[in-house]
Design a protein. Structure first.
Length: 315
């Protein structure tokens, strides 16, 4: 194999990447034609897309290409999960510098394929262009299998708010990396590669979730979308929110408040949902708050006086 993607060429890159991406049973026609064909068992397709830009969403000196592939896939697969759907396939657009090592692009593809395989999904196609920075654009498709989607707009007064997955870990890792450190490894790895609670979306839908959202930009910020779409108020009880030991240790070393990371940190791709009061939730779902009439999101009944999450245009 040539050393760089420039030497390999556009179609050589495509061939090298797609050769490492096996196709699952939902794929009727995979890479190699003008478009792929994917089965839609329920007659409807859930679609979402996300864009990762080098030095904005990842750094090559912080993360290995396989980690970036995992992260790019996970962010989109999580959004499909948040609708109560099952992911079936991904389409990937890559912008790559000509001098980027060809092995880097192949390793990225390995990460994309491995993350998709965790839910039985496949990378079915995409495009490659020359770019001054690495850009990864992923579109994910999913099926509802005949069920109704769980949107952000169904929360009702009297519901409880519950979360599934880790919160604050990726932000702790970012804070460590941004100060030039590479340990503790647990939080650094959380920043590099999220641990999505796969299957929790369909599980929540089956339990009667009234609204659901992927937590990618911060718990309070993303719950703000749910509150606005549903026309309700949401209050988080900080006493019910887990602050894991590794977060406390890192925060103590850095002179920071770990609860802030849990409430506002992004990139963990947990799921947060609202459920009718009295629903018995599985152990991996933790009740952290409640829904009432009104508007906005509060913490212990008070307005949160700091940024509630990540805004791509905030600086």
């Amino acid at each position: 194999m040539p050393d760089s993607v420039g030497e390999l060429g556009e179609f050589g890159v495509i061939d090298a990447v797609t050769a490492r991406l096996p196709q699952g049973p939902d794929v009727l026609l995979g890479p190699g034609d003008d478009a792929a064909v994917v089965a839609a068992p329920g007659g409807r397709v859930v679609v979402t897309t996300d864009l990762l830009v080098e030095n904005r969403h990842f750094r090559r000196d912080w993360s290995e290409p396989v980690d970036i592939g995992h992260k790019a896939a996970a962010q989109n697969l999580s959004d499909v999960e948040a609708m109560g759907a099952r992911p079936t396939s991904l389409v990937v657009g890559l912008g790559l510098p000509a001098d980027l090592p060809a092995s880097w692009a192949v390793s990225l593809a390995d990460g994309l394929g491995a993350e998709a395989a965790l839910v039985g999904a496949s990378v079915v196609g995409g495009d490659v262009v020359r770019s001054p920075l690495v850009v990864v654009s992923v579109t994910a498709l999913g099926t509802l299998s005949g069920a109704e989607p769980v949107t952000r707009a169904g929360a009702r007064a009297g519901d409880v708010v519950a979360v599934c997955g880790r919160l604050g870990w990726a932000e702790a890792g970012y804070q460590v990396l941004s100060r030039g450190f590479r340990t503790p490894r647990a939080v650094v790895e959380a920043h590099r590669r999220p641990q999505v609670p796969y299957g929790a979306g369909a599980e929540a839908a089956g339990l009667g979730a009234t609204a659901m959202c992927d937590v990618s930009d911060g718990l309070l910020g993303d719950l703000g979308h749910v509150a606005a779409a549903s026309g309700v108020s949401i209050d988080i009880d900080p006493a019910l929110v887990e602050v894991a030991g590794p977060l406390r240790e890192v925060a103590s070393a850095l002179g920071a408040d770990p609860l802030t990371w849990v409430l506002t940190g992004g990139d963990d791709n947990a799921l947060v949902a609202t459920f009718p009061a009295g629903v018995e939730l599985p152990e991996r779902w933790t009740v952290i708050g409640s829904v009432a009439a009104g508007s906005g999101v509060t913490v212990a009944g008070e307005e949160y006086d700091a940024p509630a999450g990540h805004d791509h245009f905030a600086g």
